[in-house]
Design a protein around this ligand. Structure first.
Ligand code: HEC
Ligand code: HEC
Length: 494
């Protein structure tokens, strides 16, 4: 079923809701996150789906966080930026707004905005240079306008990240049977799920790590999840895995000796953190298989069986003492699975937004003409809108050569900003093989080497005797027809 995201639009600040060990299970309410401006959420949504925010314009956030796969990617290990493969399971983005930090399986990132910077910059995720990303968006008029309207400035990396983060906070699931039950709807959960909840809090001891309203202590544990086979079946995953470990500064003997993900150790390099991962929140599990940091378990039955046997032999010597055989009966395991299932609400699907197209810009964007003279004069002192040198009322030429006139090139001093903005530099008259310039109502031709009034009249009107017409229209700066200078503009009368 469809849930309209805009009705769950949320603010830019996370709410302090981190659970502590004493926290009992709680339901979530959408109102726990204040509303964000729907325009920001909408902008963030477009950026989230836009592959142009990756180096080769191939990989959007949504490629690895696809609404159709529970906002993950449905595989054990994620794909990667072309030429790489990721070595971890792509996490769901549902309910990220309720988390107070510690993003990623190893919790290496403090905020959703930081996470966006990280994902965009990482060579194996989106692999895009910040400046390139900003300039791409600036070349898309709709984005440029939206950023200006919302943020008061054109696209910047910081605002890109904030917009995407606002969209992520709008992806909220609070309608699970468990949440409804917690909100007082006593018949929302089945009796089996209710028995499962008792086991979760009691005999199975799950709530010692999965508790509070988010079902996570946002802390780290080694639960002894078995290593991924996929990691060692794919050379590209091995490359990416070793690459990151090197980048993080792990010594060669360490990263070459690791046959599994070192988890939190990557972020801290504290030996006690080997194999530890952030406790994941447990909502929306119905849509997010396979499970765990490496996607080794495809069903919740497997997960429960894994905990029931007390995990696997530990590779790192850091296994949590809380993971031990539980002795659950077949029926109890079924009840525990029913409880886990009761924490999923309706599926959150969104329509893929239509993405705005690239456009062409008029130059100069800054209003400053770049010439040797203007650069020498110091750009800072160059007027944004150069002073007028003539007026239409007096019939004067709009453009005049700047002194000293260069041998080549288009030098002009437009009269006002209105004219400036109507400057279309790239018109090319194929018939006359000459560059034409339109300013407001007037059209000009660029004088080339060898041009005379006669040759131009011939090119323009097919009759060199029309030179008088050209001369008359440019009388204000042409005293004699031989005054014609290369690189200046000649007004063409209608
Ligand atoms: C190539 C696949 C890929 C792309 C592209 C990608 N991600 Fe991810 N994402 C992942 C993987 C894999 C993880 C887990 C990473 C880890 O633990 O090291 C992840 C983790 C996250 C998390 C942390 C979730 C949590 O529970 O802590 C967030 C938030 C996130 N991604 C958002 C984004 C955004 C926003 C973008 C676009 C800017 C993006 N991702 C692009 C694969 C991807
Ligand atoms: C010691 C703390 C701890 C205890 C106790 C614990 N968990 Fe976990 N749980 C974690 C951590 C950490 C992970 C992630 C492990 C990984 O990916 O390597 C996890 C992962 C999961 C996942 C996979 C979620 C996902 O998005 O992939 C499920 C489901 C789960 N636990 C359910 C349970 C249940 C049910 C119990 C009780 C039987 C339980 N947990 C007990 C810490 C704990």
């Amino acid at each position: 079923m469809f849930i309209r995201l805009s009705s769950f639009a949320f603010a830019l600040t996370t709410v302090a809701m981190a659970a502590n060990a004493a926290d009992p299970l709680q339901g979530l309410k959408a109102s726990d996150i204040p509303q964000a401006d729907p325009a920001i959420v909408e902008l963030g949504k477009m950026l989230f789906f836009d592959p142009r925010l990756s180096g080769d314009a191939s990989t959007a956030c949504s490629d690895c966080h696809d609404p159709k796969f529970g906002w993950g990617d449905g595989s054990e290990l994620a794909r990667g930026y072309p030429g790489t493969m990721h070595w971890r399971n792509s996490q769901t983005l549902v309910n990220m707004g309720f988390m107070t930090g510690g993003f990623h399986w190893d919790s290496g990132l403090a905020s959703l905005s930081d996470q966006v910077h990280d994902a965009m910059g990482a060579g194996f995720v989106a692999n895009i240079d910040t400046v390139l990303g900003e300039e791409r968006l600036r070349q898309i008029p709709e984005y440029e306008q939206q950023f200006k309207a919302i943020w008061g400035e054109g696209p910047t990396q910081a605002k890109i990240a904030e917009s995407i983060a606002a969209f992520e906070r709008s992806i909220v699931s609070v309608d699970s049977p468990f949440d409804l039950y917690m909100a007082g709807k006593t018949n929302a959960m089945s009796t089996s799920a209710l028995r499962g909840m008792d086991l979760f809090n009691g005999k199975a001891n799950c709530s010692s790590c999965h508790h509070g309203s988010t079902l996570t202590d946002q802390d780290f544990h080694n639960t002894s999840v078995p290593p991924s086979i996929g990691l060692f079946e794919d050379p590209l995953r091995q490359v990416t895995f070793r690459y990151l470990m090197r980048v993080k500064g792990l010594a060669p003997e360490v990263y070459q000796g690791l046959d599994r993900d070192p988890g939190r150790y990557l972020a801290t390099q504290d030996p006690d953190d080997l194999g530890q991962f952030r406790t994941p929140p447990l909502r929306y599990l119905k849509y997010t298989a396979p499970y765990m940091h490496n996607g080794v378990f495809y069903t919740l039955d497997e997960v429960v069986e894994f905990y029931n046997i007390g995990g696997t032999p530990d590779a790192f010597g850091t296994k949590s003492p809380l993971i031990k055989p539980l002795g659950l009966s077949r029926a109890e395991k079924g009840d525990l699975v029913a409880f886990l299932e009761s924490m999923s609400g309706s599926e959150i699907l969104v329509s893929v937004p239509e993405l705005p197209k690239y456009g062409l810009q008029d130059f100069p964007k800054s209003g400053v003409k770049i010439t040797a003279a203007s650069l020498k004069a110091g750009l800072a002192s160059a007027p944004k809108t150069p002073a007028a040198t003539g007026t239409a009322a007096s019939g004067g030429l709009l453009l005049k050569p700047v002194d000293p006139a260069p041998a080549n090139g288009l030098i002009m001093t437009p009269r006002d900003a209105a004219i400036e903005s109507s400057f279309k530099p790239n018109t090319f008259n194929e018939l006359t093989d000459r560059k034409m310039v339109t300013l407001g109502e007037d059209t000009f031709v660029l004088v080339k080497k060898g041009d005379t009034l006669g040759s131009l009249a011939k090119a323009l009107y097919g009759d060199e005797r029309q030179f008088r017409k050209l001369f008359a229209a440019n009388r204000d700066h042409l005293k004699r027809s031989s005054d014609l200078k290369v690189g200046t503009l000649l007004r063409i009368p209608e």
